[in-house]
Design a protein around this ligand. Structure first.
Ligand code: SF4
Length: 424
């Protein structure tokens, strides 16, 4: 079985099913166990609710399709915890509606997507990390808590073909603004000053390119010149290095300038050795929606179809901006809870406009939704495809039956009905 809770998408889980419940999930971490064991007894919810009252699926589809087709600026958001099959339907629906489609990437690793578009992403697979990496750097990431098996399964203690000693064969560096639990697993911890990632990455790039720096050149980063010189030396001398980027880099001051600096640093290192970089993607299939959107529209998030063709403009077609400015006048939220996670102004806008939600359980967003569909979980109740954080597709299996439709099924019906209404 595959655990689709976080971006590691561990595919070595074996589960025990008793009756309608999963009672054991061997190999899963505490987060994965909680995810598997929380499924079983279906939530006590109807398949659809309209204004909080139970409704049939057909009534829900009809009302939702009318809300979306009558809107001038319908906005589709979420999509990071559902299957690629459902994501494809969402993109098709956005095109039919002439609206926007955005995903959780815009509030987590959007800056990595922008850097990819701007300077190219020098990346690899987690299999290459496991088998080859002798230098592992986590920057602004705390996998010890956010991706509990990342270090054991892929990057630190795992034994690989060219790293047969496992942990002993690797040097692990953590760069962060505070000493997180991940620091215990690191050989070197560098405490950087908040908001100074760009300066530190740029100084590292200068050192890798052989430029002479003095203390004044790194002043303010919180790091000493000797520390950065030592790290640059290790990066150039390693056989295969990898830099894992977390939200400490993407969602702090500098955003896509930080990620572009990291990408350019790794590119500079290719004059000396083999080096790669990988964003630490959070949700189980957030890499999937980036891939689906990219192969269908050319852009990884924040895509607008109002002119009949896809346009990409972070800051204009992204969820926080379109909602905070009051532009979106209807919303379809798939497998996400933006009311509890987005800034107040954007969240409040969702309560003002007709919002349609698809989720497996009750949430703040389903509570304010005009139409709330209850759906089953991809990877538990229905098969599907997810993309791991290194963009490797993995097939999900079904282990339990569910009385609820899948996200894909609801979106397919919404798409069909919206096409009919648009044709009218
Ligand atoms: S690391 Fe992530 S994918 Fe792996 S078992 Fe834990 S929660 Fe699931």
């Amino acid at each position: 079985m595959v655990c689709a809770f976080c971006g590691c998408d561990c595919d070595d889980i074996s589960v025990t099913v008793e009756g309608d419940r999963i009672t054991q999930a061997r190999n899963a971490c505490s987060l994965g166990k909680a995810w598997f064991l929380s499924h079983g007894k279906p939530p006590d919810l109807p398949a659809a609710r309209i204004d909080g009252r139970p409704a049939s699926l057909e009534q829900g589809i009809e009302t939702a399709a009318h809300c979306l087709t009558q809107a001038r600026y319908p906005f589709i958001y979420g999509l990071s915890s559902t299957s690629c099959e459902a994501q494809r339907k969402s993109v098709a629906l956005a095109e039919v509606l002439g609206g926007c489609v955005d995903c959780c990437t815009s509030v987590c690793h959007g800056p990595s997507g922008i850097a990819t578009q701007g300077v190219g992403e020098p990346t690899c697979t987690l299999g290459e990390v496991k088998n080859r990496a002798d230098l592992v750097i986590y920057w602004g990431s705390n996998p010890g808590e956010s991706h509990p098996r990342h270090m054991a399964r892929y990057a630190v203690t795992a034994k690989g073909m060219f790293v047969p000693e496992g942990r002993k064969g690797r040097t692990v560096v953590l760069v962060d603004v505070r000493r997180t639990p991940t620091a215990r697993a690191a050989d070197i911890f560098l405490q950087i000053r908040p908001g100074k990632d760009f300066e530190a990455l740029w100084a590292l790039q200068a050192l890798v390119k052989g430029q002479k720096l003095d203390d004044a050149g790194v002043e303010g980063t919180g790091l000493k010149l000797e520390q950065l010189t030592d790290l640059a030396g290790r990066m150039m001398r390693c056989k295969f290095g990898v830099l894992f980027l977390g939200q400490g880099l993407t969602q702090t001051r500098g955003k896509h300038f930080n990620t572009s600096a990291a990408f350019l640093l790794v590119r500079s290192l290719h004059r000396h050795t083999k080096f790669a970089l990988m964003p630490m993607r959070g949700h189980g299939n957030v890499a999937g929606i980036d891939n689906v959107l990219s192969w269908q529209t050319g852009y990884p998030f924040g895509v607008n179809f109002s002119l009949g063709y896809p346009r990409f403009n972070p800051g204009e077609f992204t969820v926080v901006d379109a909602l905070s400015r009051g532009e979106a006048d209807a919303a379809l939220i798939v497998a996400s809870d933006p009311v509890s996670s987005l800034p107040g102004k954007a969240a409040r806008r969702l309560a003002e406009i007709p919002t349609i939600s698809l989720d497996t359980h009750e949430s703040e967003t389903t509570r304010i939704a005009r139409v709330a569909f209850t759906t089953c979980t991809a990877g538990i109740h229905v098969e599907g495809t997810v993309y791991r954080m290194d963009n490797i597709p993995i097939r999900l299996r079904k282990v339990l039956p569910s009385p609820y439709p899948s996200d894909e099924e609801v979106l397919d019906r919404l798409l069909t009905r919206s096409r009919e209404l648009k044709a009218c």
